[in-house]
Design a binder for this molecule. Structure first.
Ligand code: SAM
Ligand code: PRE
Length: 243
């Protein structure tokens, strides 16, 4: 997957506008997410492994907030021959355009429907797997419960939901510690203090992490039978729920 280096916040900006998944971000997103999210590559690979275990023949798979299609590609590689249908959905046309190219670069017998749509409005049905890889945190807080409930309703018994998120910690000292470790991760990946602070300002109003407790409560109240965190590095985590 080709990607330019992310230098979006490298120069001083007079006013920092809210972060958007626009054409500029889509062009550097592969580099941006790998340098910003600890464990991203491992999470993507493991999503493929989960697909191999859980995806049943003739079922649907939903990648909600699919960006450039990394999770979709990882899943698709593992389920050849199962006559499944993947729905990759994102409301950024720039992401959809680039994702179309990425998917076309590999041959597969699995059909992928790439939709430019709001994940709060798409129908979810007959799903053996649903993925929200760093997407839920960008939804307005008041819309998150309803989405997870709709996901549950559209899933088959025994189906798997993966939710990866940046986490918020109620313990102030832990919050500060893990946040600082994350910033060190970004520094080690070549981001300057200016880039880090300008991006932080841009994300402030648009990305609102929940605590692990809030996630667990939402998942349980939606009806899922099983829930666990399966990956954590600093303040980034991936969770699994089974219907
Ligand atoms: C951090 S990125 C997801 C990364 C991607 N899942 C991956 O694994 O590489 C969040 C994505 O969610 C999309 N998004 C945010 N809110 C959305 C909504 N309401 N409906 C559809 N897509 C949304 C954004 O356009 C963006 O591409
Ligand atoms: O929290 C940060 O500093 C991030 O950059 C995180 C994050 C994310 O979790 O999605 C935010 C925006 C980009 O999509 C890439 C990474």
């Amino acid at each position: 997957m080709k990607s330019q280096q992310d230098t979006i916040y490298a120069n001083v900006a007079n006013n920092i506008t809210d972060f958007q998944f626009d054409q500029r971000v889509a062009g550097v997103f592969n580099d941006m997410i790998r340098r910003s999210v600890p464990g991203y590559a491992q999470i993507i690979n493991t999503i493929g492994d989960f697909a191999n275990r859980f995806v049943t023949p003739q079922s649907n798979i939903y990648d909600l907030g699919s960006s450039l299609g990394s999770a979709t590609l990882s899943i698709r590689r593992q389920i050849e021959g199962r006559e499944c249908h993947i729905y990759a959905i994102d409301n950024s046309q720039s992401m959809i355009d680039r994702c179309t190219e990425n998917l076309a670069a590999y041959v597969s017998d699995i059909k992928v429907n790439l939709l430019c749509a709001d994940i709060r409005e798409v129908e979810i049905q007959n799903a053996s797997m649903v993925v929200l890889n760093f997407t839920l945190q960008f939804l307005p807080i008041q819309d998150r419960n309803a989405l997870i409930k709709r996901v549950y309703d559209g899933m088959l018994p025994g189906g798997i939901l993966i939710i990866s998120e940046k986490l918020f910690f109620e313990d102030n000292q832990i919050q500060q510690l893990l946040d600082e470790q994350h910033l060190d991760f970004k520094r080690a990946n070549g981001y300057s203090e200016l880039e880090i602070s300008q991006k932080r300002s841009a994300l402030e109003n648009v990305m609102r992490p929940d605590s692990l407790n809030v996630h667990q409560q939402r998942i349980t109240e939606s009806g899922f039978s099983h829930f666990s965190i399966w990956f954590q590095c600093f303040n980034f985590a991936s969770m699994v729920a089974i219907k």
